[in-house]
Design a protein around this ligand. Structure first.
Ligand code: ZN
Length: 427
C-alpha cells in the first residue's frame, strides 16, 4: 500500500474544529492515521507554510453539458474548477435537455465519470422543463443521484407548486435550492433598479424582486418544516429576512457569489455585458449588508454561479446579452482577498468552512472534512499569495469575466481529489 503524506502544513478542518500544524496522511484514496510501514513506500508533498484544507466545494456551477458545448463542457468546466481549487461542484439542471428526469441525470453522471477528474454532483429540476408548472419526478432523479432540486435561472412563481415541491423533496431528504426572482416585479430588468439604471436608461431589476421570494421561501420552509436554500443573495434586505428567520431556527440558508461583494451596479456604466449577472450587481450598501451577513453567519455558503458564455453571445447590446460570469478560477482569490484580507470580516477557518463542510452538510455529501476514512479531497492554500488573474490562461472554454487582470491575495496552489493531484500551480 502506497501512502501519501502532506507534510508540515497548517491543517484547518472546520468540520472537526481542528487547526494545527501536522502531517496529513492518505492511503487508497481516503484519509488515514499515520501508517506503520516502510518509509520508502511513502510519497511526500511538502506543505510548509501552506494551509491544508478539505477539498473545496462549489454548489452552484453551470457546465452547459449536455447541449451548449460552445460555452463549456464537463471536461473544461472540471479543469476550471480544479484550477480554482475545487474538488467538488454541483451542476445546475438548466442544460439542454433540462436535467428534469433520471435519464439526463444518468447521462451527466456518466459524462462526468469519463471526462472529469473532480467530483461532479448534480441537481435536478424542480419543475419539468424549468417551466414552473409540473413537478419533475424527484424519486427517480434521486435514485439516479441528485443531491438537490432547483430551477436555477428560473423561479417557480406559483406558490402552491413550490409548496408541493418542498413537501415532495422532503420525502427524499434533499433540499430545495431557489433562484429568488419574482417575475412580475422584475419584468425585463437587466440591472439593479437605482440611480445607475435611470442614468443608463436600462430596465431595472429591483431588490424587492428577490426579497419577496426569499420571504416566500422562509414561510414555505416553516410550513413544510423542510430546508430551502436561497441562491446567490444580492440584496441587503434578503440578508435581514434570513437573519430574522434563522434566529427563530428556520431551516433556511443563503449563499453568496464573489461578484456580488466585489462589484456594484456602477460597473455597468460602459455597457460592458461582462458585468451583467442575474441577480444584478447592486449598491455599496448591499455589499455591506451581505458582508455583515457572512460575518455573523446569516449567510454561510460561498459559491461562484460559474456561468460561462461564448464571446459572440456576450458581444451584443446589453439588454440582449445573456446573464452570467465565468467565475470558478477567481472565486477563492476574490473571497479570500475581500473577506479575509481587505474587509477582515471573516477569518480563514470560517472562509474554509463556507466552502467545504457547510455545503457538504446541506447536501449530505461525504466530503468537506479531513476525517479518517473520508475521501481524500484536499486543497493546499497559500492565503497570502499575491497573483494576477489572466483570463487568456483560463481552463474554461469561455472568457466572460469582469476580473481579467484583477490582483488578488490568496490562492489554492494544489487540488487533490481522492488522493490524486488533479491540478497544481506551476512555479
Ligand atoms: Zn440563478
Amino acid at each position: 500500500m502506497k501512502a501519501l503524506r502532506i507534510a508540515n502544513g497548517r491543517i484547518i478542518d472546520p468540520a472537526n474544529k481542528r487547526d494545527e500544524v501536522a502531517d496529513l496522511w492518505i492511503a487508497d484514496g481516503v484519509f488515514t492515521n499515520q501508517p506503520r510501514g516502510e518509509e520508502s513506500e511513502v510519497e511526500s508533498i511538502d506543505a510548509t507554510g501552506l494551509i491544508v484544507a478539505p477539498g473545496l466545494i462549489d454548489m452552484h456551477v453551470h457546465f452547459r453539458d449536455p447541449g451548449q458545448s460552445q460555452k463549456e463542457t464537463i471536461a473544461t468546466g472540471s479543469r476550471a474548477a480544479a484550477a480554482g481549487g475545487f474538488s467538488s461542484v454541483v451542476c445546475m439542471p438548466n442544460t439542454n435537455p433540462v436535467a428534469d428526469n433520471a435519464g439526463t441525470i444518468a447521462l451527466i453522471r456518466e459524462k462526468a465519470q469519463c471526462n472529469a477528474e473532480i467530483n461532479i454532483f448534480t441537481a435536478g429540476a424542480i419543475t419539468k422543463g424549468l417551466a414552473g408548472e409540473e413537478l419533475a419526478p424527484y424519486g427517480s432523479m434521486f435514485a439516479a443521484g441528485i443531491v438537490a432540486i432547483t430551477d436555477d435561472g428560473h423561479c417557480v412563481q406559483n406558490h402552491e407548486v413550490m409548496r408541493r415541491a418542498v413537501e415532495y423533496a422532503r420525502m427524499f431528504g434533499i433540499p430545495v435550492l431557489d433562484h429568488c426572482q419574482d417575475y412580475s416585479l422584475v419584468g425585463n430588468g437587466v440591472m439593479h433598479e437605482g440611480e445607475w439604471s435611470l442614468r443608463l436608461g436600462l430596465p431595472g431589476w429591483p431588490r424587492i424582486g428577490e426579497e419577496i421570494i426569499v420571504a416566500r421561501n422562509i414561510l414555505l420552509s416553516e410550513l413544510c418544516d423542510s430546508p430551502i436554500h436561497c441562491q446567490h443573495i444580492s440584496s441587503g434586505g434578503s440578508v435581514r429576512l434570513l437573519r430574522e428567520a434563522k434566529s427563530r431556527g428556520m431551516k433556511v440558508s443563503g449563499e453568496v457569489c464573489p461578484h456580488h461583494i466585489a462589484l456594484t451596479d456602477e460597473c455597468l456604466r460602459r455597457f460592458d455585458s461582462n458585468y451583467k449577472v442575474n441577480p444584478p450587481l447592486r449598491s455599496a450598501s448591499d455589499i455591506e449588508e451581505i458582508v455583515e451577513g457572512l460575518a455573523d453567519g446569516t449567510l454561510d455558503i460561498l459559491c461562484s454561479d460559474h456561468a460561462p458564455h461564448a464571446l459572440y453571445e456576450k458581444e451584443v447590446e446589453l439588454d440582449q446579452a445573456p446573464f452570467g460570469v465565468a467565475g470558478l478560477e477567481t472565486e477563492f482569490g476574490l473571497f479570500c482577498d475581500i473577506l479575509v484580507h481587505k474587509k477582515k470580516a471573516v477569518p480563514l477557518d470560517r472562509l474554509i468552512e463556507m466552502l467545504t463542510v457547510n455545503p457538504a452538510r446541506l447536501l449530505s455529501l461525504d466530503r468537506g472534512t479531513l476525517s479518517a476514512g473520508a475521501p481524500a479531497d484536499v486543497a493546499l492554500i497559500d492565503p497570502n499569495l499575491e497573483w494576477r488573474f489572466d483570463k487568456e490562461k483560463s481552463e474554461s472554454l469561455s472568457r466572460n469575466t469582469p476580473f481579467h487582470g484583477a490582483e488578488l491575495k490568496g490562492r489554492v496552489v494544489r487540488t487533490i481529489v481522492t488522493g490524486k493531484t488533479v491540478w497544481a500551480l506551476e512555479v
